[in-house]
Design a binder for this molecule. Structure first.
Ligand code: UP6
Length: 259
């Protein structure tokens, strides 16, 4: 599967949201997701509008926005339509099924109403997936499991990662993983990879960066997630977004050629 084109995988996938995602990637020639970790509404809207043309997925952390309101969601949805991208709220749910249902569907953020994709840790066991699926499946949302993390010393390894893969294969609400590589051929589950950078090797708080070439061409991941590499201090977000889009797409084309 990782040697198939995104277009073919989009045509064949059993989850409608995954079909939509692959089709978007093909249309825009982009396997780039922007990690938009800015802290005000105005900054997030401005960044999403500028970088929107280059990305397939906008990844948000809505709980870091100091002036969050429902109008922000309306504006993000308008930008998603204008620039043709999906929205991924990187919520990293980690509680029991009953609690995550309330956190996903309700509260101030009402994540399930607007985020096409969200994610969770499976540390509580598979009830967390079931709880999220009860809210998200009727809305045609999709879930990623955090099978690995990018940070130094992370504990999601070995048997824990393997259990993530088993749970993902078993539950149709799951469309894939956060992690560093392709984990399984089953159900053509997607991998999205954070910790991607072309220059820096990491930050002062344990983040570790690898290149699009390593992640996509060698490891078989599908989507690169890039944050500060695009809008960090002194960077031109439009130029950097195009650079990462081109690098991610070139790595994907090299992967296809290796087949
Ligand atoms: N993220 C990681 N590593 C993980 C999972 N998620 O970095 O294992 C998220 C962070 C941040 C983004 O929450 O939003 O990906 C990475 O941003 P950066 O490119 O600026 O380091």
């Amino acid at each position: 599967y990782s040697q198939k084109t995104y277009a073919a995988r989009g045509r064949e996938h059993t989850h409608p949201l995954a079909c939509e995602l692959f089709a978007t990637m093909e249309r825009k020639q982009s396997n780039l997701s922007l990690a938009a970790d800015v802290t005000t509404k105005a900054e997030l809207i401005a960044l999403a509008d500028r970088v929107g043309p280059f990305i397939c997925v906008l990844k948000t952390h809505v709980d870091i926005i100091s002036d969050f309101d429902s109008d922000l969601v309306v504006q993000l949805q308008a930008l998603a339509a204008k620039h043709d991208f999906l929205i991924f709220e990187d919520r990293k749910f980690a509680d029991i099924g009953n609690t995550v249902k309330l956190q996903y569907g309700g509260g101030i953020y009402r994540i399930a109403d607007w985020a096409h994709i969200t994610n969770c840790h499976v540390i509580p066991g598979e009830g967390i997936i079931q709880g999220l699926a009860e809210v998200g499946m009727p809305k045609n949302r999709g879930l990623l499991l955090l099978a690995e993390m990018s940070s130094k010393g992370m504990l999601a390894t070995g048997e824990y990662t393997a259990r993530n893969v088993e749970m993902a294969v078993d539950n149709p609400f799951v469309i894939g993983f956060i992690g560093s590589r392709r984990f399984t051929e089953a159900r053509d589950l997607i991998t999205m990879t954070p910790g991607v950078g072309l220059h820096a090797s990491g930050d002062a708080l344990g983040q570790q960066y690898r290149t699009p070439e390593t992640i996509v061409a060698e490891n078989g991941s599908d989507i690169i997630i890039v944050g500060r590499g695009i809008y960090g201090p002194g960077k031109d977000p439009v130029a950097e977004a195009e650079r990462y889009r081109a690098a991610g797409w070139a790595a994907y084309e090299r992967r296809l050629q290796r087949a």
